[in-house]
Write a protein that binds this ligand. Sequence first.
Ligand code: SF4
Ligand code: FES
Length: 373
Amino acid sequence: MKIPPPIAMLAELTHRCPLSCPYCSNPLELARQETELDTETWARVFREAADLGVLQLHLSGGEPASRRDLTQLVLAARDAGLYTNLITSGIGLTERRLQELDKAGLDHIQLSLQGTTAEMADAVGGYKGGFARKMQVAEWIGAIGFPLTLNAVLHRHNLHQLPRALEMAVEMGARRIEVATVQFHGWALKNRGALMPTHAQAKEATRIVAEARAALKGTLVIDYVPADYHEDYPKRCMGGWGSSGLNVAPDGQVLPCHAAQSIPHLKFDRVTDKSLTEIWYRGAAFNAYRGTDWMAEPCKSCDRKLKDFGGCRCQAFALLGDATATDPVCVKSPQHGWLTSQTQAELQGADAPALGDPVAGEAGDVFDTSELT
Ligand code: SF4
Ligand code: FES
């Protein structure tokens, strides 16, 4: 099989973050600050990424603004010839810092949105004053003129705010909005009972997105990640394992996707031991589920196998304990009925304010859904 070079690299600069969203995609075992790669090592990794063929670099976290050397890192990435996108909650960015990032050549900002009101956003992020701060940062971003994508993460408690999120994107001058229904990995899986949208909400969101796409054509591009437990077929996760993107964790482990560490038998190479090229083409973790040879039935003989590559490997492992299994979101999976009945059970009493014993992302605060009613 001919392996193409990756197009994009996600650099998880740190797992530190002032927010503690209950759906955070940080792993449950966070890399500690003292294990984070230093500036010089990241700069070398960026050069290696460009040599490998990477075009876009997403600077992420945790909260990447928690890194004091963020501007230096952007400079290094630009020197390497990479297109740079900062994925941020906005917390930790000042006007001056944004101006420095602009001068350093940052190409694009992706700002997360936990809710469209302070009440919702601050409760979800577990950070009082976070929404007001974010709105201020959005103004600075607009004034400096960074191309902006708004990233609205939606779940049962804030899906009704989708129309306002779309309006806000237009008001902020964003070129794109990512309407991302929570995917159940890491903390989100722990909090699934509290976050799962109802079937009616999932359907309504799809309708709103379709309408808005038509109405805002030419003004705003809308990317949509639907609530996959309510779909018939799974998402094409990472565009297919090891096919177009790679992640580098804060401690230098190179991962095929952000949740790959949740598959315990996989071993990950580090940028401190091997070159990115070596890891991408020959790393055991990258080759574990590349292409279609690893598939079992029903994926193996399915005519959609090149469309969705059997769905998400991390989800198959998290739900079934087998990373080679068909993602149970798929109607053809023998476990699809089991997943549907679990979803139904979790949605029983979905309107009740307190739902189980949810867990927060980092600081250990409990996600108190009663604040959101
Ligand atoms: Fe995709 Fe596998 Fe389902 Fe076919 S059986 S649609 S390849 S997940
Ligand atoms: Fe890992 Fe989907 S998140 S393959």
